[in-house]
Design a protein around this ligand. Structure first.
Ligand SMILES: [Zn+2]
Length: 207
C-alpha cells in the first residue's frame, strides 16, 4: 500500500508520518530528508538541488521525480511507502501515478488558530533541538540537556499565517485530485499523538 501524507506546517506532520510509517510497516519517504541527504553526501543530484535552493528557487519537478523513480526501486519500497513532502502539486501527483499506484491519501486537518497558538508558544533548545512549549514548561532551561530555550525567528504569528495560507492554496487542488479517486481520509490532527497514529493506521486498514 502506498500512502500520500498531507498536512499544514505546524500540524506535526513529520512526527506523525514517522510514527505511522513504523506502526504500519511502510517505508517513510521524506523528500526534505532525501534532498538534505543528497546534499550532505555531495552527490550529483545533491549539487543540482543545492544550486536551486541557494538561489531561493524551488527544486524543479523533474529533479524530484527522477529522485523518486530511483527511490521506488529500492527494496524497502516494495512493502509500501508513506510519502511525506511529495507530491506538492497536481502535476507531481500525475507523474507519481506513472511511478506507483497511490492507494490512500491521509489529510491532516488543523485549524489555523490552533497552529498559530502552538507555534507562537514553541521554544527550541539551542543545544539539542528539543521542542518545548511555554504552556507546559516553566523557566528557560531544556529538560533534556539544560540548554537555553529560544524562539525560532520564523515562529511568529504573521509568518505562521502566511505559511498556512500558502499551504492551503497549493494543496487544495491536490486534495481535490485524490478526492476524485475516492481515497482521501481526513484526520483531526488535534488528537493526542498515540491516538492519532492508531486512528490513521486503522483507517489505512493496518493495525
Ligand atoms: Zn536541550
Amino acid at each position: 500500500m502506498n500512502v500520500v501524507f498531507l498536512g499544514p506546517p505546524g500540524s506535526g506532520k513529520g512526527t506523525m508520518a514517522e510514527r505511522v510509517s513504523k506502526r504500519c510497516s511502510l517505508a517513510h519517504i521524506s523528500t526534505g530528508d532525501m534532498l538534505r541527504g543528497e546534499i550532505k553526501n555531495g552527490t550529483e543530484l545533491g549539487a543540482l538541488a543545492k544550486s536551486y535552493i541557494d538561489k531561493g528557487a524551488l527544486v524543479p519537478d523533474k529533479v524530484i521525480i527522477d529522485m523518486m523513480v530511483e527511490r521506488f526501486k529500492q527494496p524497502d519500497a516494495e512493502g509500501g511507502v508513506l510519502l511525506d513532502g511529495f507530491p506538492r502539486t497536481v502535476t507531481q501527483a500525475e507523474e507519481l501515478d506513472k511511478i506507483a499506484q497511490i492507494d490512500q491519501c491521509v489529510n491532516l486537518i488543523v485549524d489555523a488558530e490552533i497552529i498559530v497558538d502552538r507555534v507562537v508558544s514553541r521554544r527550541v533548545c539551542a543545544d539539542c533541538g528539543t521542542i518545548h512549549s511555554v504552556k507546559t514548561h516553566e523557566g528557560n532551561a531544556c529538560t533534556h540537556c539544560g540548554g537555553n530555550l529560544m524562539t525560532r525567528p520564523d515562529d511568529n504569528e504573521e509568518t505562521v499565517r502566511e505559511r498556512f495560507r500558502v499551504y492551503e492554496e497549493q494543496t487544495a487542488p491536490l486534495i481535490e485530485y485524490y478526492s476524485k479517486k475516492g481515497i482521501v481520509t481526513d484526520v483531526d490532527a488535534t488528537m493526542p499523538i498515540e491516538e492519532e497514529a492508531a486512528f490513521i493506521c486503522e483507517a489505512l486498514g493496518e493495525k
